[in-house]
Design a protein around this ligand. Structure first.
Ligand code: 13P
Length: 261
């Protein structure tokens, strides 16, 4: 199980960044979950320099810039130099600022070229009874996968983040039943791009109001490989409670659903 904490812009002091990082380090020592933290750009350097732990660093975004005269950009080369393992690409909060599927694809190429694993976000803004949102997801996935080589398709992590479930609370998150259905649906879509075996192996995370009270239900037998946390990752006590909720043995090793029932 992979837990990625996306601090977004919730953490605005070095002190808090260090406290949260120390909390994650302790949890990573004792738990069977893999923890990565997607921290604001300037804090990557701060935490990377003292990181001898199992906690992996992630970035919240990467530039399409190849380097050189592009003021203000953080390139994949800089992230690589800071030993960043993952980068979130195409988060809905960045798509809302104008990031298109084309830009998302360029960023994926930059990350992969520098040995950084992209965590690519997809997700509908709302649901409708006609299932239009499923076609929307298919379109998002196609736009991304058509630009990748066979090999690259297996190198990315997908994060399913329905926009309507982000930034709420456990009561308004996706239900475990719906998550099971969505993971299955996404894996079925993936078969077109990476074969059936590849689709079963692909890592799919869920993000959207995962909190200590719903984490284990969302993890258990839903076929999900982990979570992309937002607000719950920016508070040491809540983050600790959430990771501990996932430590029940059955949850940490929950069996994958087969694509074909
Ligand atoms: P919340 O957990 O705050 O809903 O955020 C989810 C998210 O957007 C993670 O990238």
């Amino acid at each position: 199980m992979l837990i990625v904490g996306n601090w977004k812009a919730y953490v605005e002091s070095q002190k808090k960044a260090k406290t949260l990082f120390a909390t994650a380090k302790k949890l990573a020592l004792t738990s069977r979950v893999k923890i990565a933290l997607a921290v604001p750009g300037p804090y990557i350097g701060l935490l990377s320099s003292q990181n001898r732990s199992k906690v992996l660093l992630a970035a919240q975004d990467v530039s399409v810039s190849l380097g050189g005269a592009t003021t203000g950009e953080i390139t994949a080369a800089v992230l690589k130099d800071l030993k960043v393992a993952f980068v979130i690409i195409g988060h809905s909060e960045r798509r809302a600022m104008g990031e298109t599927n084309e830009i998302v694809s360029e960023k994926i190429q930059q990350a992969l070229a520098h040995g950084i694993t992209p965590i690519v976000c997809i997700g509908e803004s709302e649901r409708d009874i006609d299932g239009t949102y499923l076609a929307f997801l298919r379109g998002q996935l196609h736009a991304i996968f058509q630009t990748l080589s066979q090999e690259q398709r297996q190198e990315i992590i997908l994060a399913y983040e329905p926009i309507w479930a982000i930034g709420k609370n456990a009561a308004n998150a996706l239900s475990p039943t719906d998550l099971t259905e969505m993971i299955l649906y996404i894996r079925k879509m993936l078969v077109e791009y990476v074969t059936e075996m590849g689709a079963e192996k692909s890592i799919i995370l869920y993000g959207g109001s995962v909190e200590p009270s719903n984490a284990s239900a969302l993890a258990k037998d839903t076929g999900v490989d982990g979570f992309l946390l937002g607000h719950a990752s920016a508070d040491a006590d809540i983050f600790t409670a959430l990771v501990k909720a996932l430590l029940i043995p059955k949850v940490a090793s929950s069996a994958r659903l087969k694509i074909r029932p």
